[in-house]
Design a protein around this ligand. Structure first.
Ligand SMILES: [Fe+2]
Length: 230
């Protein structure tokens, strides 16, 4: 099986195997270099579990943390360069408390007719860091080509948006169709890991289903670029 092709065709892979951090790093290195997380906020990340490169780490949400418990549609680090392109997630503890929603931005773009596609290609999108307001923001074309497949993909990450941008025609066109292209990952601890093409998807998490401050959710995560994909 060619893991690379499958990942880019499907956008994500659910692999029915538990992984530890070393194994997860080995999988990531098949795709490319691991990418550091530059922003680590108290309450979201368990700093004790982060490796030297700040690439693989445990995300430890509590329901008191407003961002962790209800994070709107976004692409990770869309407002930064370099972005990371792929990630792996594995549920360590209480993973079932929050579902991960994935919206395929390649298929969503493909669903438009030729006239709509031409319109969207002329748009740009302002990516704003939702945790730092305007401290980090980047404007990019709304439609970009995937670095590996060359397929056109929406570069769309509305969480953290400036409020007036919600009124744009392109925002409404896209948001109307989001639910048609959304997959929901329902986690179970230590059963499977999920490899996600972050370039192809935006994602969100819903508010937690249970109160979990005393026993926080723990997810193992690593992020990487595609420098080893030929
Ligand atoms: Fe995210």
């Amino acid at each position: 099986m060619n893991l690379n092709t499958d990942l880019f065709d499907n956008g994500y892979l659910v692999v029915n195997k538990p992984v530890n951090r070393t194994q997860m790093e080995e999988i990531a290195l098949e795709y490319g270099n691991t990418m550091p997380t530059s922003f680590l906020s108290e309450g979201v990340y368990d700093k004790a579990a982060i490796n030297d490169k700040y690439a693989s780490h445990v995300i430890g949400h509590t329901s008191e943390h407003s961002i962790g418990s209800n994070l709107g549609w976004h692409q990770d680090y869309a407002y930064r360069e370099p972005r990371y392109y792929g990630l792996i997630l594995f549920g360590l503890k209480n993973s079932h408390i929050v579902d991960t929603h994935l919206c395929n931005l390649r298929q969503l773009f493909e669903s438009f007719n030729d006239g709509e596609k031409s319109f969207l290609r002329e748009c740009s999108f302002l990516h704003v860091d939702p945790t730092h307001s305007m401290r980090y923001s980047t404007s990019r074309p709304l439609v970009e080509k995937h670095p590996i497949t060359d397929a056109e993909i929406l570069n769309f990450s509305p969480f953290g948006f400036l409020p007036e941008s919600y009124e744009t025609k392109e925002y409404k066109m896209i948001m109307e169709r989001v639910s048609d292209f959304t997959t929901i990952i329902k986690w179970r601890d230590r059963r499977f890991h999920v490899i996600i093409d972050n370039y192809q998807f935006m994602h969100k998490t819903e508010r937690s289903k249970e109160h979990w401050n005393e026993d926080p959710r723990r997810m193992l995560r690593i992020q990487f670029d595609y420098s080893n994909v030929t």
